[in-house]
Design a protein around this ligand. Structure first.
Ligand SMILES: [Zn+2]
Ligand SMILES: [Zn+2]
Length: 172
């Protein structure tokens, strides 16, 4: 979806935010990239695109956009805060190694209704949304792990004690 600046302007105004230059630049950049970016990545990206803004301006405006409901904040397994412009309900698949995060839909038998382990613990709760996070390795990280491990990773099971079975080791 190509987002013209007049569309972004209207979108900001509809959420009660003034369409300032930095806000238009941040939103336009996030929507064009379609990724979940950290403030540092947005800062670098805007600078590379020839529309630099200061870190302070960036943080102030990300906060305003988030409060206005125009971006969502997500924290990945690396603890880094990322910004998402996809406001439709969706879930995420996260790379455990580099923190890259992609949008996913749910498929198959996944329970999305909370059940308390002890009856009554959820009394009075009102559930408003569900966010499921899957963890894994992105293609780049999975590829580099395979090359680090090398062919030794493909070796068979370890030899047993000679009787074809291994003694369980009791500890503690
Ligand atoms: Zn990765
Ligand atoms: Zn997302």
């Amino acid at each position: 979806m190509a987002a013209g600046s007049s569309e972004l302007r209207q979108w900001l105004q509809a959420h009660g935010l003034r369409p300032t230059g930095p806000r238009l630049a941040i939103l336009g950049f996030l929507r064009a990239r379609g990724e979940h970016l950290t403030p540092a990545e947005i800062f670098e990206g805007l600078r590379a695109a020839g529309r630099p803004i200061s870190i302070a301006t960036l943080y102030q405006n990300l906060q305003a956009l988030s409060r206005g409901g125009l971006v969502k904040r997500i924290v990945g397994p690396d603890g880094a805060l990322r910004y998402d412009v996809n406001l439709a309900p969706h879930h995420h698949l996260v790379c455990q190694r580099c923190g890259r995060l992609v949008d996913v839909e749910l498929s198959g038998p996944i329970a999305t209704k909370p059940v308390a382990p002890h009856a009554g613990d959820l009394a009075g709760w009102e559930v408003v949304s569900v966010h499921v996070q899957f963890y894994g390795l992105c293609p780049q990280c999975a590829g580099s792990r395979r090359s680090e491990e090398g062919p030794a990773a493909n070796r068979g099971p370890l030899p047993g004690d000679g009787n074809g079975r291994r003694r369980p080791r009791l500890t503690g």
